[in-house]
Design a protein around this ligand. Sequence first.
Ligand code: SF4
Length: 74
Amino acid sequence: MNRNESLKICLRCKFFRLKSVDGGVCRNEKDSSGNYPPKVNTDQCSFWEDCGQNYFIRQGWIKSQAKEGNDPEK
Ligand code: SF4
């Protein structure tokens, strides 16, 4: 994966909704059960679109969760 491809992750995508420190759901398309499919922050797909500043807001939220001890991996 080159640098440009590594930036095209769910955490930087406008269709992503962050739900926890390491994942959320993709709102591009619902699955066969009518739910948005779960994704981890580093997942990728060809429908990716830049979420702009939201990426930095999401990163800030992840950092604040870790600081508050809400990150199960810390
Ligand atoms: S799966 Fe694709 S469209 Fe959905 S949030 Fe991730 S990169 Fe975006």
